[in-house]
Structures are given as structure tokens and as C-alpha cells.
Design a protein around this ligand. Structure first.
Ligand code: GDP
Length: 323
């Protein structure tokens, strides 16, 4: 039985990846900051099926001890400060956790077992103010935030360890990937959640930033499948994972409200100066390499993604409120 260590198992991607690996008969270990609070946040289903270990991103010795004890065949590093509005908050912390800690993991792998395979959740933020669109693995990087700079540093270290030590280490350059498990500060979930609240009469208005902002939004479950595929190849490499299609926040609103029989124009209030009003670069990825070499393509289309998120919020909110 293969053992996989997933950092960030309580997050959106960690939970989808854990489910995927369990279905493939892996033993799954979740590396978490605090085992007690993580156990509370894990879904009831996962709680009984995964083991948790305390994993500190700043603690090199602890990483080595855990790897020596657990002996994972694969490590997926999904623990990090997330993107969104907080990409400029705590730049030093972001540098430590999203950047330097990846070097610690690589060093721990080198110290314990060079055969451990490693997949890093990198980000489209390495392209930042992108110099071309769509972005591929060979697009020049140009981070615009401490978040993007830290992710780029991690990617560079992964390449260096691959070249110098022959480690099987890869970066998944992830474009936006969403799901009903997305937290409410991301615009996708904010919209689906609030639209459902409006439908149920729990609120009347939804305040958003720039409705013309665009993103390449895919389904998180598809993206973790690609990360697993990356570690099953003969050679390690980096891959852009994206749908290749950009959609606006306005389209998202339109689809979400329409799915509930509502017109978003009756409920959404735009304050274009809120939430990063100026974003000149179009962040859209081109995943031809992943398609060609991994046989990967996203299965959930944008419209389906929005609708499944609305349906999930409808279920959660209807169960939690009497109306
Ligand atoms: P990001 O891609 O990591 O920045 O994820 P977000 O979901 O936070 O933002 C996606 C895009 O939606 C960005 O261009 C935001 O500026 C835009 N946006 C517009 N209104 C909102 C809002 O009310 N909340 C958030 N989070 N983003 C918004």
C-alpha cells in the first residue's frame, strides 16, 4: 500500500485529494498545524480514514522525523497562505510558508529518502502582471504580490533540486479552482452563497467589486487529479493546470442567480473600486502540456461548476435555516 502525505489536508484541495487517494487505496497522512483543531475541521467521512501528524512549516527537524517515521511514497504540499485579497498581508509570513518551507521539505526528502516523490501546489500568481496570454509553462514569470514571489521561489527550488539531485519534484501551476468547499472570501463561493441567501429571503443585496474582472475558473476535483497524475509519470516536470477559458465575475453572477430563477441585476451592487480594481493582465492558462503528457483535461465546465456550487449552498442553507 502506498502512503501519501498531504499538507493542508483540511483545505479545499487537500480534502478532494485525500478522497481521490483513499479511493486508490493509499494510506493517507495529513500534515496539519494542530491535530486537535484539524480533526474538528476535517469532514466526518475523512476523519475516520486518514491519520494526522503535526507538521510545522518552520521546523526542519520535525519534517525529517516525520518523513523517517511515515516513509511516504508521495508528498503533496497544499499548505500555504491562500491567494485572494490577502496576497499582500504578512509578506514575511507568506515568504516563510509559501516559499522557504518548500526548501525545508525538499531538504527533508533529501535527508530521508531520495525516492519520495513531491508535488507542489504552485499558482498562476507567478505570472502576475502576465506578459502574454494565455500563460503556459514557458511564459516569463512576473509576480505582482508577495504571494506570487514566494510561490515562484518554491518553483525555482524545485527545479534546482530536480537538476542537481535528481529528485522527483514537480510544480502544478494551478489556475483558479473552485468548489462548494471554497471558503467564502473567494468571489465564486461568495456569489453562490449570497445568491442562495437572497433566494431564501435571508438577505437582499450582494456587494461585489469589479464585475468585469476575469478569471480562468475550473473545478478543484479535476485539478487534484492532475497533481496525482504528475507523480505517476516516468519523469518529473511542471505543468500548467487550467481550463483555457476566461469568464467574468458578471457571467458568474448571471449563471448563479439564473440557476435560482433570479436576475442578478436586481440584487448585485458593484463597487468597482473594492477588491483589487485594476488588474490589467488576463490570467488564463493553456494546459496543452498536461493534456498531451498526462492525458488530463478538466471534466467540469464553468456553467456546471457554478450550478453545482449553487446546489450545494442551497442544500447547506436550507438545512440550517427554517424559513
Ligand atoms: P483570486 O483569483 O485568487 O484573486 O480569487 P478571488 O476569488 O478572491 O478573486 C477573483 C476576482 O474577482 C478578482 O479579480 C477580484 O478582484 C474579483 N472580485 C470582484 N468582486 C469581488 C468580491 O466581492 N470578492 C472577491 N474575493 N473578489 C472579487
Amino acid at each position: 500500500m502506498n502512503t501519501a502525505l498531504i499538507t493542508g489536508i483540511t483545505g479545499q484541495d487537500g480534502s478532494y485529494l485525500a478522497e481521490l487517494l483513499l479511493a486508490k487505496d493509499y494510506r493517507v497522512i495529513g500534515g496539519v498545524r494542530d491535530a486537535e483543531s484539524a480533526a474538528v475541521r476535517l469532514s466526518a467521512d475523512l476523519k475516520n480514514k486518514v491519520d494526522l501528524v503535526e507538521w510545522k512549516m518552520m521546523d526542519q527537524r520535525l519534517m525529517i522525523e516525520i518523513l523517517a517515521e511515515v516513509r511516504p511514497a508521495e508528498i503533496y504540499n497544499l499548505a500555504a497562505y491562500s491567494s485572494g485579497a490577502g496576497m499582500f498581508d504578512d509578506p514575511v509570513g507568506i515568504g516563510e510558508v509559501n516559499g522557504l518551507a518548500v526548501s525545508r521539505i525538499l531538504e527533508a526528502i533529501r535527508a530521508v529518502d531520495m525516492n519520495i516523490r513531491f508535488c507542489q501546489a504552485s499558482s498562476r500568481e507567478i505570472f502576475g502582471e502576465a506578459v502574454e496570454s494565455p500563460q503556459t509553462e514557458s511564459t516569463p514569470t512576473n509576480p505582482r504580490s508577495p504571494y506570487g514571489a514566494a510561490k515562484l521561489y518554491a518553483d525555482a527550488m524545485i527545479r534546482i533540486y530536480r537538476q542537481r539531485y535528481g529528485l522527483f519534484a514537480c510544480s502544478a501551476i494551478l489556475f483558479n479552482h473552485e468548489s462548494p468547499r471554497r471558503s467564502l472570501e473567494f468571489v465564486t463561493r461568495k456569489i453562490t452563497h449570497e445568491a442562495v441567501k437572497i433566494k431564501l429571503g435571508l438577505t437582499t443585496k450582494l456587494h461585489l467589486g469589479n464585475l468585469d474582472a476575469q478569471r480562468d475558473w475550473g473545478f478543484a476535483g479535476d485539478y487534484v487529479r492532475a497533481m496525482w497524475l504528475m507523480l505517476q509519470q516516468e519523469r518529473p516536470d511542471d505543468y500548467v493546470l487550467a481550463t483555457g477559458k476566461a469568464h467574468s465575475v458578471r457571467e458568474l453572477c448571471d449563471l448563479a442567480f439564473a440557476h435560482l430563477g433570479l436576475d442578478y441585476r436586481d440584487h448585485v451592487h458593484e463597487d468597482a473600486s473594492a477588491y483589487r480594481s485594476t488588474e490589467p493582465a488576463l490570467l488564463v492558462g493553456f494546459a496543452a502540456k498536461a493534456n498531451r503528457e498526462l492525458g488530463w483535461q478538466p471534466e467540469v465546465e464553468f456553467k456546471e461548476l457554478v450550478q453545482l456550487m449553487v446546489d450545494a449552498d442551497l442544500k447547506i442553507l436550507s438545512e440550517n435555516f427554517e424559513y
